[in-house]
Design a protein around this ligand. Structure first.
Ligand code: DX5
Ligand code: ZN
Length: 220
């Protein structure tokens, strides 16, 4: 099975956002980073901009909510066009209910782990999600370096998912580029977010193809 590539538009040129989104049309998902200036020390976009991103592409929108009070907001993001909705375990005191809400809205529930949060934190909730997102940088900014302890966490999650026969994708976000995707794929990840790793290159389609090729070869 080929791995999936999800370019993060956080590193795109927001002055030409629709054009940038069309230029990654060969990817599998468009990864959209929503930051509220509270849960993370940065502010980005909300439902209004996501509506325009949705109009610019046929690809599923993988919306990564780095916000407090996610429960209050998931319906607005579903309406704006999100297909997968990721919420942080650290930001959701009633995680089970929030994930159920996402499912009831007809969207794919995704749970996100910060670098310091152990895999065991989501052991109980694992059957209720479509995807687990392992943050391999501290959320808030693009262009940071991959945190190597994420590799062990990915291996642990892979084991937890396979042993229980679940069909849950493992997504990794932060510091993924063509030169390290193979190592992360070999640890057992299925979906790769890459912001600066795609948008800082000249030919997005060629970079996406190279990421997919190297990741798929290493995933086996
Ligand atoms: C960070 C975001 C990432 C970010 C990744 O908080 O969640 O999606 O865009 O950027 P790179 O790939 O440049 O590390
Ligand atoms: Zn992200």
């Amino acid at each position: 099975m080929p791995v999936k590539i999800a370019p993060s538009i956080l590193s795109a040129d927001f002055g030409r956002l629709a054009e940038e989104v069309r230029a990654i049309g060969s990817a599998d998902y468009v990864h959209v980073d929503v930051m509220d200036g509270h849960f993370v020390p940065n502010l980005t976009i909300g439902p209004v901009v996501i509506e325009w991103v949705k109009k610019a592409t046929q690809l599923p929108l993988d919306v990564h909510l780095m916000i407090e009070d996610a429960e209050r907001w998931v319906a607005a993001y579903a309406k704006a066009g999100a297909d997968l909705i990721g919420v942080h375990v650290e930001a959701c005191p009633h995680l089970h209910r929030t994930l159920a809400q996402i499912k009831d809205l007809g969207k794919k529930p995704c749970v996100v782990l910060n670098p310091h949060t152990p895999a065991s934190a989501i052991e109980v909730i694992l059957p209720d999600v479509a995807q687990v997102l392992v943050m391999s940088v501290n959320p808030g900014f693009g262009g940071q370096s991959f945190i190597r302890s994420s590799l062990d966490k990915i291996r642990q999650l892979r084991r937890m998912i396979d042993e229980r026969g679940l069909s849950v994708d493992i997504e990794v976000d932060g510091g993924i580029k063509t030169d390290n995707i193979a190592e992360v794929a070999a640890a057992g990840a299925d979906v790769f977010v890459s912001g600066s790793g795609v948008f800082a290159t000249n030919d997005y389609a060629a970079t996406i193809a190279e990421l997919r090729k190297r990741g798929t070869a290493a995933r086996g």
